[in-house]
Design a binder for this molecule. Structure first.
Ligand code: SAJ
Length: 410
């Protein structure tokens, strides 16, 4: 049997490599020539622990191959981005393009799985789009019992940095357009998932994934709101949360400079978009988390006013601790804002990267080491709780104004 994975990014490539490591022939399809060539050389174009070894092994044994052109397979797994456009509408164009790409090679009996996080109703849309692209095939929404192809949604749930463990150990929600669709998908996932594969319908599976990330967003918003209330009331929010969490049924998350990454700051909008009147807390949580970077910037400005020559050290630029990922990072956002605002000298410390991405290369000379930043700065702004920063003690920075958005000083 042969599996085709469409989209060889943070989800698709690890998934393709794990399936190939189980002895199944996998063909990865991507629109990027660079990605395809890199993978075919047994190398990786993304950073994720142990992925390089796994891909190299899968390519060397001939089980994994990448291509720009689709080929027939028994199962097609779609793992492409589903961004949220500026005007606040979900952008399904990558899914549509993926489907158009594979439509000509789809055969009777094939299974199509959507892994991309998607608004409710997208899996049904796939069935409808495919009916238009391939009128010769019966789709599951047209005839439950006599469909020619099977379509299901199995949302990815892996945490960046732990992808290879979580791909295998996490439980999976498997939502079929019909029961038979779900069953076919379960058979495929059982090849490599050690967690439970739980059957449901496609709409519930779509909503479950959005719910998981919205749950986290709402809880982080609660923590962020608390941090602002505590500033106002002159209470240490970190001590407060530790104390409240001693209650057996309270488990408050950590405040921060805002919420970053490509999922938690996006997915709740899919719910708001599809039920704008009902989704009130979810929308408000997004607004609170999105407003947190501005709140931090204002705090820094107030601190800078106390100095003739403010020198601000920004500790951390990544979107969370111990990774090098700068995309949608509130820390980077805040640092760039301060650099552009001319409120003093800004130095940046990011132990996980050597150079800023090209579009920010003008600020490359602001990058420095932690000891140098500590020597220079009179304002210390902690934006990420990287392990390198956690060894700092308040005594080391006693002479400075400290704005600690991550609570590394407790
Ligand atoms: N954050 C806080 N306080 C916290 C926890 C997180 O401010 O207490 C911030 C982080 O610093 C970061 C953002 O939230 O900026 C998101 O980080 P994260 O670690 O919560 O999540 P992601 O985006 O790396 O991965 C999430 C995961 N979802 C859940 O935990 C419910 C992952 O399982 C999903 O697969 C992933 O989104 C995804 O792809 O949807």
């Amino acid at each position: 049997s042969r599996v085709s994975v469409i989209g060889l990014g943070y989800i698709g490539l690890p998934t393709a490599a794990v399936i190939a490591s189980r002895g199944v022939e996998v063909i990865g399809i991507d629109v990027s020539e660079h990605a395809v060539n890199t993978i075919n050389q047994g190398k990786v174009h993304i950073v994720e622990p142990d992925l390089d070894m796994l891909v190299q092994a899968a390519v060397t044994t001939g089980k994994l191959r990448a291509s720009l052109i689709p080929e027939p397979a028994e199962a097609f797994l779609i793992a492409v981005p589903t961004p949220f456009k500026e005007g606040k509408v979900p952008d399904l164009s990558f899914i549509e393009i993926a489907l158009k790409t594979i439509a000509p090679v789809i055969e009777k009996g094939n299974l199509i799985i959507l892994e991309s996080t998607s608004p409710v109703g997208t899996t049904d849309k796939i069935s409808q789009w495919l009916a238009e692209l391939r009128p010769d095939l019966v789709m599951p929404h047209q005839d439950m019992d006599h469909a020619d192809v099977f379509i299901a949604h199995c949302p990815e749930r892996v945490l960046p940095g732990r992808v290879l463990q979580e791909l295998v150990s996490n439980d999976r929600i498997i939502g079929g357009i019909t029961d038979r669709c779900a069953q076919r998908a379960i058979d495929l996932y059982s090849l490599f998932v050690r967690g439970d594969c739980i059957k449901t319908n496609a709409r519930t599976a779509e909503m479950a994934k959005l719910t998981e990330n919205s749950f986290r967003d709402v809880n982080i918003a609660f923590a962020n709101e608390l941090s602002m209330i505590c500033d106002h009331l002159k209470i240490n929010v970190w001590e407060l949360i530790k104390l409240a969490n001693r209650h057996p049924r309270v488990n408050i998350l950590s405040p921060g400079p805002g919420v970053g990454g490509h999922c938690i700051a996006v997915d709740p909008w899919f719910i708001v978009d599809s039920a704008p009147e009902q989704a009130q807390i979810i929308r408000k949580a997004r607004e609170i988390n999105d407003s947190k970077p501005h709140y931090v910037i204002n705090k820094v400005k107030q601190a800078a006013d106390q100095f003739k020559k403010p020198v601000i050290a920004c500790l951390g630029l990544a979107f969370k601790a111990d990774i090098d990922d700068l995309r949608e990072s509130p820390a980077l956002d805040i640092a760039l804002h301060l650099l552009n605002d001319n409120i003093g000298e800004i130095v940046l410390v990011e132990p996980n990267i050597k150079k800023l991405p090209k579009k920010y290369s003008a600020f490359d000379n602001a990058l420095t080491s932690l000891p140098q930043a500590l020597e220079k700065a009179n304002i210390l702004l902690v934006l990420v709780d990287h392990k390198q920063f956690k060894t700092l003690h308040l005594a080391d920075v006693a002479s400075k104004v400290v704005i600690d958005t991550r609570g590394i000083f407790g």
